[in-house]
Design a protein around this ligand. Structure first.
Ligand SMILES: *[C@@H]1O[C@H](CO)[C@@H](O)[C@H](O)[C@H]1NC(C)=O
Ligand SMILES: *[C@@H]1O[C@H](CO)[C@@H](O)[C@H](O)[C@H]1NC(C)=O
Ligand SMILES: *[C@@H]1O[C@H](CO)[C@@H](O)[C@H](O)[C@H]1NC(C)=O
Ligand SMILES: *[C@@H]1O[C@H](CO)[C@@H](O)[C@H](O)[C@H]1NC(C)=O
Ligand SMILES: *[C@@H]1O[C@H](CO)[C@@H](O)[C@H](O)[C@H]1NC(C)=O
Ligand SMILES: *[C@@H]1O[C@H](CO)[C@@H](O)[C@H](O)[C@H]1NC(C)=O
Length: 324
């Protein structure tokens, strides 16, 4: 499966660059980070969504009442699979059509059981709390990061989420060096250091089988399994993003967009970096020279996804750093 990265979207030229806004946002982000409270590791049972009232300790909380956003978030399922959070057959049938996998729900359940025999079942992220300000940087791979000097700003967030290949070594000045969560699926796999949690996005049963094979055969020799935290995105969350956010446009949402929606649920303040084209309108990665100008968005409704990012920025729900 060849996932088209989210930065390869049309419509990036909609936004003019505004250095002043950048500096204001920089200051706001800085203040936000200093006002954060300490980390709490919470377990899986508590309810996922803050309803209303003061939901976090930031100056401005993402989930503070907003009709547009709350209409979308209230329909969200638990984002991660766990032994007690399995999916319905209905959801399975939606998910199965993404990759045309013929194997049935019983087989899927057998594989999921096997996954949880191997991995610790804890899911490590902090739930929202009135005492906490969870600031997050969602870092895409766009070439617009090249020369941006965003590194220190990105690292300043409590949580840094990177996607697919996303190397940091040699690019620290522009992308930083901290990675709290690394989103991957088998084709984009790279080794992680022991401070990074794997956010695994399975697009088919084979991906879950890959996870089992990879971690039982190779990885275990390098790192002890009980030290690794693997969080597996629930197919139900993908379906939710597709149906509620994208109104079923495209065959399924892109990895980048799912990550962004996920961050709205894991963070109180979200800054988005490395999405969209570079200043010349090219859709390249910051870590490799431009090879071809591709404007296609493949299976994903890229333009719509990009417009959501812009809309969230305009509504001041997220900070969107457009790069250099
Ligand atoms: C949340 O809002 C509803 C009405 O919008 C109100 O009735 C309820 O008391 C609020 N709950 C909290 C915890 O503030
Ligand atoms: C789903 O999880 C529940 C426990 O939360 C369990 O009783 C049930 O058997 C699971 N269903 C499947 C199909 O695994
Ligand atoms: C959970 O994540 C936090 C922050 O990323 C980290 O400090 C903590 O060590 C993690 N806990 C476990 C059990 O890995
Ligand atoms: C990351 O960069 C900071 C400076 O920006 C440095 O202090 C730190 O040692 C670096 N960490 C790693 C793991 O390279
Ligand atoms: C993580 O790796 C570093 C070196 O890469 C090592 O010094 C450290 O002890 C490791 N931490 C854990 C918890 O394994
Ligand atoms: C990053 O920008 C520099 C300076 O403009 C350029 O020389 C370099 O090729 C760019 N790197 C990539 C990967 O495009």
């Amino acid at each position: 499966m060849d996932q088209i990265p989210i930065q390869e979207y049309q419509g990036a030229k909609m936004l003019p660059r505004k250095p002043l806004v950048f500096f204001v946002l920089l200051c706001v982000t800085t203040i936000g980070v200093f006002s954060r409270a300490s980390w709490i590791l919470t377990v899986y049972q508590d309810s996922f969504f803050p309803q209303n009232g003061s939901v976090c300790a930031c100056n401005k909380c993402l989930m503070e009442y907003d009709q547009w956003l709350s209409e979308r978030t209230k329909e969200s399922p638990e984002p991660f699979l766990s032994p007690t959070n399995n999916i319905s057959e209905d959801t399975f049938n939606w998910w199965k059509r993404i990759q045309y996998d013929r194997r049935n729900f019983a087989f899927y359940n057998k594989i999921v059981d096997k996954v949880f025999q191997i991995f610790p079942t804890k899911v490590n992220f902090t739930r929202s709390s009135p005492d906490l300000c969870r600031t997050c940087a969602v870092v895409g791979n766009s070439g617009n990061l090249n020369g941006s000097h965003y590194g220190p700003l990105i690292d300043f967030h409590d949580i840094v989420i990177r996607i697919n290949r996303a190397p940091t070594k040699g690019f620290e000045r522009d992308v930083g060096n901290k990675t709290t969560y690394h989103v991957m699926y088998p084709h984009s796999y790279r080794n992680l250091d022991n401070t990074t949690h794997l956010l695994f996005f399975p697009f088919k049963i084979y991906d879950l089988q890959w996870l089992i094979r990879f971690f039982t055969q190779r990885y275990v020799r390098v790192v002890k399994l009980d030290k690794i935290i693997v969080m597996i995105l629930s197919p139900a969350f993908m379906k939710y993003v597709h149906q509620v956010w994208l109104k079923q446009k495209g065959r399924y949402p892109s990895t980048g967009f799912i990550t962004l929606v996920l961050s709205l649920h894991m963070c109180d303040e979200v800054s988005v970096f490395g999405f969209g084209a570079d200043k010349n309108g090219n859709w390249n990665h910051y870590y490799e020279p431009l090879r071809n100008k591709r404007l296609r968005t493949g299976q994903h409704p890229g333009k719509l996804e990009y417009q959501f990012i812009v809309k969230l920025h305009e509504q001041q729900k997220i900070n969107f750093f457009r790069g250099w």
